[in-house]
Design a binder for this molecule. Structure first.
Ligand SMILES: [Zn+2]
Ligand SMILES: [Zn+2]
Length: 347
């Protein structure tokens, strides 16, 4: 079968590799759609601690497809079933896993990181993924492509939920890439009265408005605090989601938040720049809640899939381009250029 194999930073090759053979408790997925994530781009440019030098790996953790083969002991899957798979597999027995936070398991395995992923014609589904609820049958009407996008959407769902957005709240989203737009959708769905977006790339500002933002601000050209003040009658915003890897944006969030504001640091910061100037008195005197989230649990992955299935959110306009496996390098280059929203590989 054909697969895009990562060998080392800067080196991904489309190769003929052996199709995985399954054990009696495993299954095989025929991948139909897999989207490229910022994490894939970071691995491609600088590697990952779970992929030691000398190891090769098939990347891709946002995906959906059809069950191609089922081991004799697997009762929950049938051949031809349309499924999506939450990529983080917990150990199943630690405190976090028991609480349902399998994405916070300290010994998790993940497709496209520690296990071979979906930039491939077929992908092995290990028994842990089957037994621990990582697999979600696709609801009727949800396409493979939308289902692939459910992975980042579920992470946004996790982040959005920690901010407890209430009807009538004002929300600021920093960063209008695909993640920022997904947050915009979720904020609107939660009843936000105003969703403001801050973003430095002009085309993305225009897109944010098209996707329903009430105001799109370029902080490189405009005075962001002044614009926020004007939009909120000087109160500040109730919720801020920082969906950009920017230390300055995280620091500024404390200034822009209204009293009792909730802040989510959604994007991690680049290594070496993770220490910020945190005005702790802002948190104290404004009674702010500062949260961070990473990934999503199997349960959240199901909940967000339910939102897609309801039709209340349409993620398909976020798909900017589709490439066959053979053009994976081209696809990565486009995704890294920030000229596209989501780029899909359709093996
Ligand atoms: Zn991702
Ligand atoms: Zn665990």
């Amino acid at each position: 079968m054909l697969a895009a194999v990562y060998h080392s930073p800067g080196d991904i090759r489309v190769e003929e590799v052996e199709r995985p053979s399954i054990g009696e408790e495993e299954a095989l997925l025929r991948v139909r759609a897999a989207s490229i994530c910022g994490t894939d781009l970071r691995i491609y440019s600088s590697g990952h601690f779970k992929i030691p030098p000398g190891t090769s790996r098939i990347l891709g953790h946002e995906f959906a497809g059809e069950v191609a083969e089922v081991g004799s002991m697997v009762k929950s899957l049938t051949s031809g079933m349309r499924i999506a798979i939450a990529p983080n597999i917990g150990c199943g027995v630690c405190e976090q896993c028991i609480q349902g936070h399998n994405h916070l398991c300290s010994t998790y395995e993940a497709f496209g990181i520690s296990l071979d992923g979906a930039f491939s014609e077929y992908m092995l589904i290990p028994k842990e993924a089957i037994q621990q609820g990582n697999i979600v049958p696709l609801p009727e009407g949800v396409s493979f492509e939308e289902a692939a996008l459910n992975e980042p959407f579920s992470c946004c769902y996790n982040g959005s939920r920690t901010c407890r957005i209430e009807p009538g709240d004002s929300v600021l989203i920093v960063g209008a890439g695909p993640i920022g737009i997904m947050h915009l959708f979720l904020a609107s769905l939660s009843g936000a009265s105003k969703v403001l977006v801050s973003e430095m790339i002009e085309e993305r500002l225009t897109e944010a408005l098209e996707f329903g933002a009430d105001l799109a601000i370029n902080p490189a050209k405009e005075d962001l605090p002044a614009a926020i003040g004007e939009a909120t009658d000087g109160r500040g915003v109730d919720v801020i989601i920082v969906a950009a890897p920017s230390p300055a944006a995280q620091e500024q969030a404390l200034e822009l938040a209204a009293p009792q504001g909730r802040i989510n640091f959604f994007g991690g910061l680049p290594q070496g720049r993770e220490f910020i100037n945190f005005n702790s008195n802002r948190v104290h005197y404004k009674q702010l809640v500062v949260t961070g989230t990473t990934g999503s649990s199997n349960y959240q992955y199901r909940k967000s899939m339910g939102i897609i299935a309801s039709g209340r959110v349409d993620l398909s306009p976020l798909i900017s381009a589709r490439f066959p496996l053979s053009k994976v390098e081209e696809a990565f280059t486009l995704a890294a250029s920030k000229k596209a929203m989501k780029v899909l590989i359709t093996p």
